[in-house]
Write a protein that binds this ligand. Structure first.
Ligand code: GLN
Length: 315
């Protein structure tokens, strides 16, 4: 039976936090963005924001971290809200089976990225948002949207992280230039990746992340019956993509072990969604071999096991 009792959920979160504190295999902090290399790998947090309106938080729940690729889910929601299904003319919906920053499939697929969650796809989504606004405006819109979702204005872009990636993000520059040549993106590649780096540099706490994810757990609304952020159909579509593509070439493994839509970032965060039940923010900076948080993946596997929240379960 699926668990919704807050007392039992509290016990589960405490058990997971205790177990993770004792883990010695914590993975490796991303260092290809120099600013991210400074983060203490010993951090861990798990926060549930439930349908009943409870927030159950454990560990470093109020420490800000760089959400990185988790921002791709928010950017996708903004782009779908603005241009709707037209977005799918420039980005696909299939898992790539390749690393997040891979370029190989782009040539075979005529510059159309496989999905919106690999870097190339998120850069194309960012360009779609830029078709109607300038970078500063577009960033303002994404940030405002995230603040609205979390119901918290204390969420901002970390300029040091954005600068650090702007100075070193040559691979993303290559992806953007390649797609510009195919016509997948229309704005100047430098403008597009500048905007992309900045939304990846949004910093928030695991508690804020869990709150910001509620719209995906509750059919596009901030809580069951609450204010709507996006159409229910779009929330379902984003969840489907998170389940199949949210962890890059680790997506199959995450679906197998956890069974929940999830979006990871190289800052060590994972936003997971238990539809109808809860949005989950989990964070630990050490990454596994495919660039997903080692401990957050383990913690979510334990959570799904203890709660029965897998989307593949019947209860
Ligand atoms: N900003 C990072 C990049 O483009 C995001 C990657 C990630 O979180 N997987 O490389």
């Amino acid at each position: 039976m699926s668990v919704s009792d807050p007392v039992r959920l509290r016990e589960i979160v405490d058990e997971i936090c205790e177990r993770m504190a004792g883990e010695t295999e914590r993975g490796r902090v991303a260092d290809y963005i120099p600013e991210l290399a400074k983060i203490d790998p010993g951090r861990f947090a798990l926060v549930l924001s439930t349908a009943e309106g409870n927030v159950i938080a454990g560990g470093d729940a109020d420490t800000r971290f760089s959400i990185q690729s988790i921002s791709k889910a928010f950017a996708l929601a903004v782009a779908l809200g603005r241009i709707g299904d037209q977005l799918w003319t420039r980005v696909g919906r299939e898992p790539s089976g390749d690393p997040f920053n891979s370029i190989v499939q782009l040539e075979h697929e005529r510059g159309i990225p496989r999905n919106p969650f690999i870097n190339a796809g998120a850069i194309a989504v960012t360009d779609a948002i830029l078709s109607r606004s300038e970078p500063r405006e577009a960033l303002g819109q994404i940030l405002q949207f995230v603040r609205f979702l979390a119901d918290d204005d204390d969420i901002a872009i970390d300029p040091a992280v954005a600068k650090s990636e702007t100075e070193t993000g040559w691979r993303n520059a290559a992806l953007a230039n390649f797609m510009r040549d195919f016509g997948t993106i229309q704005r100047h590649p430098e403008k597009v990746i500048g905007t992309y780096f900045h939304h990846c540099a949004i910093a928030m706490t695991p508690r804020q992340l869990a709150q910001a994810g509620r719209f995906l757990a509750f059919d596009g609304a901030l809580h069951p019956g609450g204010p709507r952020a996006i159409a229910p159909r779009m929330a379902r579509q984003i969840n489907a993509l998170m389940l199949t593509c949210g962890h890059y070439d680790g997506s199959g493994e995450f679906a197998f072990r956890v069974g929940l839509p999830g979006k990871s970032g190289v800052g060590g965060g994972i936003l997971a969604v238990a539809p109808g039940r809860a949005a989950i923010g989990c964070w630990s900076p050490g990454l596994n071999a495919v660039g997903n948080s080692q401990l957050a993946s383990m913690a979510l596997e334990m959570l799904a096991d203890r709660t029965g929240w897998s989307v593949f379960a019947s209860n």
